[in-house]
Design a protein around this ligand. Structure first.
Ligand code: AP5
Length: 224
């Protein structure tokens, strides 16, 4: 099953992609996480991307397309993938179409997560993660059960993303509206677009996505 999650920053793409990965047994591919890993490793790509990301801009298409082609060639993508953060431009969408066509594959669904602007800013501003295991939390909606201690690994060190501040979040939203939102009609005319309301508990949003994938015969690798 080949899926794309589309939506503005903070819409819940990463949250839903991780739930889909656990349920369907196909990998989440987050280009944002890949770029942050490159930046942390100090690679040429990462050094170039760091400032663009911190300012909320888009990293050049050539870099992203090269990264994605290499990642989709990995053996764990043989049964499918969940793209989280790619494509973000028309050029990226066309490159993905060409790659899938060359492999005789196609997209099963492009899921648009709809969340209003005010909720997005609140979600982004409150987000933090465990520095050790990466588990995600939020200042008001998802606090660790015991203050200052990760629920998953008991780590006590937490981080916030460099682009989770008001000016960068506004720039990310602007980039979404200018470059990425035009992909909604691009996929709609191809009959691949499904809109899902994203203002509800994460489990409720996930149930809606499962319901729309079921008619396509996708019942899940775990809970069939
Ligand atoms: P990326 O890492 O992809 O960031 P983003 O698109 O801005 O998305 P976020 O990770 O902020 O949000 P999300 O939708 O995943 O929401 P999440 O689940 O975390 O990209 C970062 C940067 O990398 C870009 O700005 C760009 O510079 C670069 N980049 C990446 N890909 C690129 C590409 N293809 N081309 C060019 N540049 C690229 O949830 C957010 C918060 O809300 C969390 O706290 C979560 O707990 C909470 N939450 C989630 N769901 C719910 C819910 N249902 N109810 C309440 N709270 C919820």
């Amino acid at each position: 099953m080949n899926l794309i999650l589309l939506g503005p920053p903070g819409a819940g793409k990463g949250t839903q992609a991780r739930m889909l990965q656990a349920f369907y047994g196909i990998p989440q591919i987050s280009t944002g996480e890949m770029l942050r890993a490159e930046a942390a490793a100090g690679s040429t790509t990462g050094r170039g991307a760091r400032a663009v990301m911190a300012a909320g801009g888009l990293v050049p298409d050539t870099i992203l397309i090269r990264m994605l082609v290499s990642r989709l060639a990995a053996p764990n993508c043989a049964r499918g993938f969940i793209l989280d953060g790619f494509p973000r431009t028309r050029i990226q969408a066309e490159a993905l179409d060409a790659l899938l066509a060359a492999q005789g594959q196609q997209l099963d669904a492009v899921i648009e997560l709809e969340v209003d602007h005010r909720a997005l800013i609140g979600r982004i501003a409150g987000r933090f993660a465990c520095a050790a295991c990466g588990a995600g939390y939020h200042d008001t909606t998802k606090k660790p059960r015991r203050a200052g201690r990760c629920d998953i690994c008991a780590g006590t060190d937490f981080t916030r993303r460099a682009d989770d501040n008001a000016p960068a979040a506004q720039a990310r939203l602007a980039a979404y509206h200018q470059e990425t939102a035009p992909l909604l009609p691009y996929y709609a005319v191809r009959g691949r677009l499904f809109a899902v309301g994203g203002v509800a508990a994460a489990e409720t949003v996930f149930a809606k996505i499962q319901a729309l994938l079921r008619p396509c015969g996708h019942l899940g690798a775990v809970a069939v």
